[in-house]
Write a protein that binds this ligand. Structure first.
Ligand code: MEV
Length: 416
């Protein structure tokens, strides 16, 4: 491979790395000082480590799941998300609270095989199931200790050339990505040895159709009432919003983004792989070939009923949960003691987040509620100090579409 000046960058000391970057892009001493922040944990977690990138962490209040209250830490840069999740949680707590259930808890993976007779492969897998499971479990013996292990195997034709051997594993309390990848590679090698198959790849799937959590909640009409709309009208309008996400993928993408605003933020706080959760959510949303909203809202006799079924590929132990110091503290703040509880709490946040977004959309519109926090961000991004913030935001509120120039002008006036 071609040589570049960045070869062996990873072997440099932390300070050498920073100095090289600073020289390359012309960072000032002040910028370098802001960037530099060595951490043994992070240096050992990723490659070419430069710094810990700080994101705000807040906490969702009033979330009640299966009768228990949870404070849920959320890491997000987006204003209004935590306020909205708390608001949605409060609405749901005013009804029956959220009922949550883990429907299945298996991680799946595939060994893709090229140009091998389907019938022969299917017959072999059917006849050697216990042996195949033993090869899988034997490659990762810890899994049995943690109460997990290989559970299912099947053969699926992809096209005239490719066949997938699908393995499903109970990952115990872990997310299971490393576990299943190790198992798949072991089973792939075993199949090569037994049948001389050509393996194209062996890898987990992020289509997590067997790691599913379901949450339900009802909000009484009285809790939905606004100054200008009855609670029943708001409920009917939210049900309409839900229907639109069923029939239109333009809206479904935004509807689901709202759900993921809450879910990702909690997944990050718990030190988990939010890209896996995102990928699982969106592929599940398109499982019938049409991309749809992940939640459904309908009007019942007693109020607005909400329902969310979503894959939740997270772990309570292992991976970054073990090394990121805040992940464990956040589990304690949320009072979750195992993976299933954590899955339920995160999905419940998704439902609450979605409810708050839909209620805002079908009543006041989204901008009104967002405005205060957005103005805060605008003011801070343009240099307003904590002391100056209230006055600046107050003045910005009176303007039509304030921007950075307005903030700078207000600050000049204030500082004169
Ligand atoms: C903004 O981050 C999320 C929303 O657009 C979600 C939605 O429209 O349902 C408000």
């Amino acid at each position: 491979m071609m040589k570049t000046k960045w070869d062996h960058f990873y072997k440099k000391t932390y300070q050498q790395r920073l100095d090289l970057i600073a020289k390359e892009v012309g960072l000032s001493a002040d910028q370098l000082n802001k960037l530099g922040n060595d951490s043994t944990v992070s240096r050992n977690l990723i490659e070419n480590f430069l710094t810990d990138y700080p994101l705000p962490e807040g906490v969702v209040t009033n979330l009640k799941v299966n009768g228990q209250e949870h404070l849920v830490p959320m890491v997000t840069e987006e204003p209004s998300v935590i306020a909205a999740a708390s608001n949605g949680s409060k609405l749901l707590a005013s009804g029956t609270g959220i009922k949550a259930e883990v429907l299945s808890h298996l991680i799946g993976g595939q060994i893709v095989i090229k140009d091998f007779p389907l019938a022969k492969l299917t017959q072999f897998v059917d006849q050697h199931r216990p042996e195949l499971f033993a090869v899988a479990n034997g490659s990762h013996p810890h899994i049995l200790q943690y109460g997990g292990g290989a559970q299912k195997v099947g053969v699926r034709k992809l096209d005239e050339h490719f066949t997938s051997v699908d393995l499903a594993v109970d990952p115990g309390e872990a997310m299971g990505a490393n576990t299943i990848n190790t198992m798949l590679e072991a089973v792939a090698a075993w199949l090569q040895q037994k049948l001389a198959v050509t393996v194209t790849m062996a890898i987990l799937t992020n289509f997590e159709a067997e790691r599913i959590v379901q949450v339900n909640g009802t909000v009484p009409f009285s809790a939905l009432e606004t100054q200008s709309m009855s609670g029943e009208t708001v409920a009917k309008r939210i049900a309409d919003a839900s229907r639109i996400a069923e029939i239109d993928h333009y809206r479904a993408a935004t509807h689901n983004k709202g759900i993921m605003n809450g879910i990702d933020a909690a997944v990050i706080a718990f030190g988990n792989d939010w890209r896996a959760v995102e990928s699982a959510a969106h592929s599940y949303a398109a499982k019938d070939g049409h991309y749809r909203g992940l939640s459904q809202w309908s009007v019942s006799a007693t109020g607005l009923a909400g329902h969310l079924t979503i894959p939740m590929p997270i772990g309570y132990v292992g991976g970054a949960t073990k090394v990121l110091p805040l992940a464990k503290i956040n589990q304690q703040i949320a009072q979750v003691t195992n993976v299933r509880e954590e899955m339920k709490v995160i999905a419940a946040v998704g439902l609450a987040q979605n409810l708050a977004a839909l209620k805002a959309l079908v009543t006041d519109g989204i901008q009104k509620g967002h405005m205060n926090l957005q103005l805060n961000s605008l003011a801070m991004a343009n240099g307003a100090t904590r002391e100056e913030l209230p006055v600046v935001v107050d003045r910005l509120k009176k303007m039509k579409q304030p921007d950075s120039t307005d903030v700078k002008q207000i600050l000049r006036q204030l500082r004169r």
